[in-house]
Design a protein around this ligand. Structure first.
Ligand code: SF4
Ligand code: SF4
Length: 399
């Protein structure tokens, strides 16, 4: 069996030229963009625009990474390119604008609206067959997945596999959480989305990652790496290696392997670290040919030389594994969202995103006070925590 290759390249900051060069190198080592996408295909570049957020927040894919990809596509002669994401809160265009991106500085690419619905019946789906995606996803021939390296309250991490949830249009995302209410079944549904339209290329922005209370309220932490792979599960597995987390504890990795969208098995992954070699003084030429030094490394060497074993992510094994399928029983033991009353501005976004009929978080104490949880109703999807613009919701408990 051919191994899934994951390229790991050190990139110390978001200097546009450095990011572009890193991306050129990573994509080149995977065989070049032309080996992955046909010249006449319609391309959607799909960053993580979880919300309208600042570029330094580590919530969203950094604009240098988006622009690096768009520049490469233009240089390689691709003419039908759009970029965007169905944001959890706020529009794709507003998220792009906040990052300083618009059509005047996007290398000929369009900013996709991502707000028109397209119903899809996918007969091959194993957990879910009916989706409401955005029109741009359905119409794209090829998707490039520009994911962000972050922690996630439900799935422990969010990377390449989870990022395709942005195919789902707007508030239909919240309904999906109600329908697939635990981490494993939610991961299986994500695998169906991958099977419907698997990204041709996955690139992870791990230059500055998010640890702790992710995916929107954690702390930024420099990891100074970018990851590249055609296999989203292998890419997320290598993210786990970098933070010393067992990929078997990450449902998007373990279910991705089971459902065949990629591999989380160490023996089936080849980790290649690469670096761009600068010309020595006196050897510079007007058009330098990039010199790439690369080598295959073990999981341990990767952690030692590139990783961060102190990265704040839950590493405990879940208890009561045998009862996992009884989600109503498990819910009582799962970590719970808690509102920091002093940070809450009573905007109600958590309430509007709660997918439970009758709401598991609501202004039951009055609109002049922070919302209150009904933990008996709460399915622990953590949409409220993900969407709170004040980062006022924390997920507490062991895990
Ligand atoms: S989303 Fe956050 S700030 Fe808004 S009401 Fe809920 S807890 Fe308060
Ligand atoms: S209260 Fe929060 S975690 Fe609980 S079901 Fe509603 S959105 Fe999900």
């Amino acid at each position: 069996m051919e191994k899934s290759q994951v390229i790991v390249i050190r990139c110390k900051d978001y200097d546009e030229e450095s990011v572009y060069r890193t991306m050129r190198t990573g994509i080149g080592l995977l065989g070049g963009i032309k080996s992955l996408i046909g010249q006449d295909e319609k391309i959607l570049v799909k960053p993580n625009f979880l919300s309208v957020a600042d570029q330094d927040s580590a919530i969203v894919t950094h604009p240098s990474v988006i622009r690096g990809m768009l520049r490469i596509l233009q240089e390689e002669g691709y003419t039908d390119v759009a970029y965007g994401d169905s944001s959890g809160h706020g529009s794709s265009k507003a998220a792009a604008r906040k990052l300083g991106l618009d059509e005047s500085n996007s290398f000929g690419a369009r900013t996709a609206d991502m707000n028109e619905e397209a119903k899809v019946h996918f007969e091959a789906g194993k957990t879910c067959r009916d989706f409401v995606f955005t029109k741009e996803v359905v119409e794209a021939d090829a998707i490039i997945n520009l994911c962000k390296m972050k922690t996630h309250a439900l799935e422990r991490i969010t990377g390449a596999v989870k990022n395709v949830y942005g195919y789902v249009c707007g508030l239909h995302k919240a309904a999906g959480h109600a329908k697939f209410p635990n981490d494993t079944i939610f991961a299986r549904m994500l695998c169906d989305i991958h099977a419907y339209k698997t990204p041709r290329l996955n690139i992870m922005d791990g230059i500055v990652a998010m640890e702790g209370n992710g995916p929107s309220s954690g702390s930024s932490v420099p990891m100074r790496v970018m990851l590249f792979s055609a296999d989203p599960v292998a890419l997320d597995t290598v993210f786990c290696y970098l933070v010393d987390l067992d990929p078997e504890l990450v449902p998007t990795c373990s279910q991705g392997e089971v459902l065949g969208i990629g591999t989380d098995k160490e023996e089936n992954i080849e980790i290649v670290v690469a670096q761009y070699e600068e010309s020595l003084p006196g050897q510079e030429t007007a058009h330098p040919v990039p010199k790439i030094k690369k080598r295959v490394v073990s999981r341990n060497e990767l952690l030692e030389k590139y990783g961060n074993p102190k990265f704040d992510v839950p590493r405990r094994k879940p208890k009561l594994t045998l009862l996992k399928s009884f989600s109503n029983i498990m819910t009582g033991f799962a970590r719970r969202p808690v509102i920091d009353r002093s940070s809450c501005i009573k905007c109600g976004i958590c309430v509007s995103h709660c997918p439970v009929p009758g709401k598991a978080v609501d202004f039951t104490g009055g609109k002049d006070k922070p919302p209150v949880y009904d933990y008996k109703k709460c399915i622990r999807c953590y949409c409220c925590q993900e969407m709170c613009p004040q980062h006022a919701i924390h997920v507490r408990g062991k895990g």
